[in-house]
Design a protein around this ligand. Sequence first.
Ligand code: NAD
Length: 516
Amino acid sequence: MAGTKEQAHETSSNGAATEEHGVAVHNPATGEVIATVPDLGADDIARLAAQGRAAQPGWEAMGFDGRARVMRRAQKWLLDNSERVIDTIMSETGKTWEDAGVLELSYGASAFGFWAKHAEKYLRDHKVRSGSLFVFGKKLKVRYRPLGLIGVIGPWNYPLVNSFGDCIPALAAGNAVILKPSELTPLTSILLAEGLAECGIPEHVFQVATGTGDAGRALVDEVDMIMFTGSTETGRKVAEQAAKRLIPASLELGGKDPMIVLADADLERAANSAVFWSMQNAGQTCISVERVYVEAPVYDEFVDKVVGKVKALRQGDPSGGPGSVDVGTLTSPPQQDIIERHVKDATDKGARVLVGGHAGNGASAWEPTVLVDVDHDMACMTEETFGPTLPIMKVADADEALRLANDSPYGLSGSVFTRDINKGEDVARRVEAGAVCVNDVVINYSALELPFGGWKASGLGSRHGANGIRKYCAQQSILISRFHGKRDPQMFPYKAKMSRNLVRLYRFLWGRGNRG
Ligand code: NAD
């Protein structure tokens, strides 16, 4: 699908250059155009949808075992081609080798294996017992049937994890899938489509629709369900469009994840975690640490540790390979303006920059930055920054930390650091977010058995766990009546005696006992 081209004519809102017949893909570390991919319109998407629908029944008929064989081959393919996959991810994102190789690759490889193994367990028929009088002696069960054609729309920050990753359970359930990757990072998806084809997925079961937001909009109009990952602003538009068509939409959106450091925390671990999970992937992780609240007695020591560690980070062009830099470049060029605005707004209002604070090395980059003396009047504490910045705020106690942590439109995830595990869990349960770690950050995402999904403006629905695959299916309840008479007591004709007896029976069954 991709070809190379020199010239770009227009630039879309996220920095992608659209040409007359395609979208130019840049290497953000160098600014070079590395490929041009087709900019698909509504007619192209309709054609892909027809092809996907025609291919889906054959894929469903292969059964769990047949599909699992393709998934397991794809798992091996991913590892056999790891250098190519890592190079492709790095070239279109500007990530470090480790951010592509250690984090993205491991997710892809484990997800293929996980869904190959667990799809059947989550989707097989299951019996249901009921307390209803009317179904006494009858057989009740729930079954799941693939919805048919799933649209997956992805962001640019994790082309493998967050664009392609959601396609794996959708496929394992027996659906055909059309993936619309971000216009900034389509090459990884194209490569993975090639990989799946080599592994024997039938033609048109998995298709990649390259293009801008218009291609995304056209996709929502064609599919039976939409899985969207991206900003809250676009997520709202996708939800509205899906609501008009009455198709299900699962939305994984933005975040502003808080970290709470209590006075009894292991400060060395807390500081290492804060620095790593705010700066890895150049801070462009939806569940990165975006703000830290530290109890007053350990605030100075925590800040000193963080500052020392952030000063030691090497930021720059990651093309030197493994170990060459710690923090790569920014994938989306306009991101630099957002980070700059947040840092300037903070310093204008009295915050101090202890490390960094400026554009970094590379065509689009930001120096790892630590901000202190921050508060909730500043954008860096309330809006998603999505860059290598770490604002740290002193708080009196856990209650103040919680009040501030929850003072956010977002609720994606969060973390609490303390040596008192019971207190840690108690604080975690009071954080308004879909996932909270105690003495850890982000790593919950690697446990594919554990649901992941945002609260508030961070999303609707979840990925991983049982719902991570059931959401791609229509749920059907089956009732089978094996032992029955010709006529049930509640049926016509109504007879006063029978009706009164039924109500007496309800009183006997449910109406006795204490009313206090
Ligand atoms: P974005 O919303 O700008 O774009 C996401 C995708 O939507 C792109 O493929 C884009 O082309 C497409 N799109 C744009 N307009 C559309 C429309 N009207 N209809 C359908 N599709 C449309 O997001 P982004 O800038 O690519 O990604 C960064 C955001 O993603 C951040 O907010 C980040 O927090 C979020 N994110 C969330 C998760 C999560 O799991 N919650 C994971 C990764 C990223």
